[in-house]
Design a binder for this molecule. Structure first.
Ligand code: C2O
Ligand code: CU
Ligand code: CU
Length: 487
């Protein structure tokens, strides 16, 4: 199991890195913006705790944030002016969540990565919350410790609403992960790192002005909504819960001194074994939890996190106590379900670029169920990216309502950090990624490309996870009903 290799490869196919397509907006060094403390989103406080029942209110709201020098930027967030408060959930607890929309347009609250029933609790487009309105959901959390997130999902405005600021980290904890020697003091040695890019026009966002059909990008890199953020390191080891929360940009992370870091978890939780890197690429919506050991640094040192050749944030090393904890070679056991015999492989095809993007040759229809899969069955899916226009681009494939296992890429082994549960996987142009998919809860779930503009254009479909012994009928809204409550 011991793998002492330190990987220094981004793994993805270089010809389709996002800088190669026509609409690519290169990041620029933000020399005009002074360093400031990295924003660490506060942890959301429960309204009430009653035994195993915990009550939260999540409000989508407008606010103002000092991002650039000068005028504040109008931004959106969940219980905050920008992004949101971090929602901490624990396995086994029953949550009651009051969702409030204080925006002037319809939105939804999607739990990306949570295994909750669709299409309502899941918060996709069938669960609109109208301006001034609210919705109450509840669920019992029954999945392992991991980093997830919430973001809006109203067709076709997901990309703009995320661009305006709606995105918050969800930290799931459990007793098994709690026994591992990981930093977990939130805000001190365990922090979210939400990666996004934006442009500003007289210090304001203007989604229309920056819109690109293949994914909107900006020249400024932000971490947790901060440009040139500085995090004060006060412990030898720091755990970063990295989330690619960008509409479209891929991030190729490394430190300026090529400092090593160790990935301990992917989208769906703890990896079977730690993986050491000097470079890590994340496609849209993917998460990676990494531990950085600053034991070779002394107070006053500064380590810069980069993407390609652009600095995105700094770690300023302070006084810290020695931490000799050692990660075990084996972190957890992944109980891979047996593939159900006798079932065909599900083939799903992502194709095209710009307005030509399609999923299985079609555009999204909210009232069409594209596939069905029986609860409890484990089915092989071949996720194909046929895109060869302009050399093609990576489409990050995401499924609601489940975590899957990546089995192969074009018949070869998946990347070294793809041996844990995932809900999003970057698929290179011309590649077929084989995954094993199991649903455990009945419902209607989306699956789609997580380049948000591709999703909004319609590179999305729906699957019904069904139980043959239990009939469920779903009222699937049309896009018009979702957007106009009175009709
Ligand atoms: Cu991040 Cu359909 O979701
Ligand atoms: Cu999702
Ligand atoms: Cu795409």
């Amino acid at each position: 199991m011991t793998d002492s290799k330190v990987y220094n490869d981004y793994f993805f196919d270089e010809p389709v890195f996002d800088l190669h397509d026509g609409g690519y907006v290169p990041l620029e060094k933000a020399d005009d913006v002074p360093d400031k403390p990295l924003n660490i989103p506060a942890a959301l406080k429960p309204d009430k705790v009653d035994g195993n029942d915990v009550y939260y209110t999540i409000t989508a709201q407008e606010g103002e944030t000092q991002i650039l020098p000068g005028a504040k930027t109008k931004t959106w967030g969940y219980n905050a002016a920008l992004l949101g408060t971090t929602i901490v959930l624990k396995k086994g607890v029953h949550y009651h969540v009051h969702l409030v929309n204080k925006l002037t347009e319809v939105t939804t609250f999607h739990w990306h990565g949570l295994n909750v029933t669709g299409p309502i609790v899941d918060g996709g487009p069938h669960a609109p919350v109208y301006p001034g309105g609210s919705r109450d959901i509840d669920f019992t959390l029954d999945q392992p410790a991991q980093t997830d997130w919430i973001h809006p999902h109203p067709c076709p405005n997901t990309a703009r609403q995320v661009w305006n600021g709606l995105a918050a980290a969800v930290v799931v904890t459990d007793d098994e992960e709690a026994k591992l020697p990981f930093p977990r003091n939130y805000g001190v040695d365990d922090i979210p790192v939400i990666l996004q890019d934006r442009n500003y026009h007289d210090n304001q966002l203007d989604y229309k002005a920056d819109y690109d059909m293949d994914g909107t990008e900006g020249k400024y890199a932000l971490v947790n909504g901060t440009i040139n953020g500085v995090f004060d390191v006060t412990t030898q080891k720091v755990r970063l819960r990295i989330l690619n929360g960008s509409d479209r940009r891929e991030w190729r992370l490394h430190f300026d001194d090529e400092h090593e870091f160790t990935q301990i978890a992917s989208d769906g939780g703890t990896l079977p074994a730690p993986v050491k890197f000097t470079k890590l690429m994340l496609t849209c919506a993917e998460r990676a939890e990494v531990i950085v050991d600053f034991g070779d640094k002394k107070p006053g040192d500064v380590v810069t996190l980069m993407t390609d050749n652009i600095p995105i944030m700094k770690f300023k090393i302070g006084e810290y106590a020695a931490d000799n904890s050692v990660l075990p070679d084996k972190l957890t056991t992944i109980d891979a379900p047996e593939v159900t015999p006798g079932l065909p492989v599900t083939r799903t095809v992502m194709s095209g670029m710009d307005d030509q993007v399609r999923l299985d040759g079609k555009l999204f229809d909210m009232q069409r169920i594209d596939r069905k899969q029986k609860i409890g069955d484990t089915v092989l899916w071949d996720v194909v990216n046929t895109n060869d226009m302009d050399g093609g681009m990576i489409h990050p494939f995401h499924m609601h309502g489940c975590q899957f296992l990546v089995l192969s890429r074009n018949g070869k082994a998946p990347y070294p950090n793809e041996h844990g549960w995932k809900d999003t996987v970057g698929v290179n142009a011309g590649e077929t990624v084989r995954i094993a998919v199991q649903f455990t809860k009945f419902g209607v779930y989306m699956y789609h490309c997580h380049i948000l503009e591709h999703e909004d254009t319609g590179m999305m479909a729906q699957i019904e996870a069904y139980d043959p012994n239990e009939k469920h009928t779903y009222h699937l809204l049309s896009m018009d009903e979702m957007n106009h409550p009175s009709k």
